[in-house]
Design a protein around this ligand. Structure first.
Ligand SMILES: Nc1nc2c(ncn2[C@@H]2O[C@H](COP(=O)(O)OP(=O)(O)O)[C@@H](O)[C@H]2O)c(=O)[nH]1
Ligand SMILES: [Mg+2]
Length: 235
């Protein structure tokens, strides 16, 4: 019997992870969880280990902060190495992604290879973001759609579920993004390779605890990445 695995990247998410892990354990889908922590100075990794006796929470500890994209790649490789896992879900640790939506994302995989939790497929469902951040995200998604041709309203979000067979198609070592453009790159490559994509409406709520790791360089990386994806020979 295959079991879902939820991959959660963390950097300084102590307060959040202590609350998130119990809510993931309580889900009806009985998933395991892999936290990919970059040696957070606030001790997030140690808090994860406190759940080890459940047998369902795993910690992949990396020596230093090396970016969201690389954390996901490490988490995906770990999940694929363990044959009991299918599907693979990814989500943030800060409750911007509602744990209760995980079963719905998994359900969408009955008919699709990839399911994306989407903030923009039925209006704009973002709560508590400053207008500047919302505009940035909204424009980033329109820009991505125009340049890459991806028929998806929310290509930058990080709440997704993959069939194992879809993830296996990805050449994880060829993925170049470090930051948020990782989300665009993965979805674009799977769509290009013929995977079907479902958008599941979600409400995204800004974090209450901890701080965002979004930086200007992460935004610029995404600005260039979409051109690289569309015209791979040019860069
Ligand atoms: N392991 C790891 N996790 C990261 C890194 N950067 C961000 N994260 C995690 O990725 C998720 C999304 O980051 P967040 O700062 O909330 O981004 P925002 O929601 O766009 O402001 C959170 O769970 C972070 O802790 C990183 O370099 N390494
Ligand atoms: Mg966040």
């Amino acid at each position: 019997m295959k079991k879902p695995i939820i991959v959660v990247p963390t950097y300084n998410e102590l307060d959040n992870i202590r609350r998130l892990l119990p809510s993931l354990l309580a889900l009806p889908v009985e998933a395991d969880v892999l936290v990919v922590d970059d040696n957070s100075p606030d001790g997030t990794g140690n808090a994860v280990l406190e759940f080890a006796d459940t047998g369902r929470i795993h910690l992949l500890s990396r020596p230093e902060k090396a970016g969201l994209g690389q954390a996901y790649i490490a988490g995906f490789k770990w999940s694929l190495e363990h044959e009991e896992y299918d599907p693979v879900v990814q989500m943030d640790a800060d409750f911007s992604h509602n744990p209760d939506k995980v079963p719905e994302l998994i359900k969408a995989l009955e008919n699709h290879d990839l399911a994306i939790g989407s903030r923009y497929c039925s209006g704009v469902n973002v709560v508590n973001w400053p207008l500047s951040r919302l505009l940035l995200s909204w424009f980033a998604n329109h820009y991505t759609k125009v340049i890459t041709g991806l028929p998806i309203m929310d290509a930058t979000g990080g709440f997704k579920a993959f069939r194992r067979s879809a993830l296996e198609k990805l050449d994880l070592d060829s993925i170049r993004s470090d930051g948020y453009s990782f989300q665009i790159e993965v979805t674009y490559k799977l769509f290009r390779d013929g995977c079907s994509v479902a958008e599941v409406p979600i409400i995204f709520v800004d974090r209450h605890a901890g701080t965002s790791k979004m930086t200007k360089s992460i935004v610029w990386e995404a600005v260039w990445m979409v051109w690289r994806l569309r015209f791979p020979g040019l860069f």
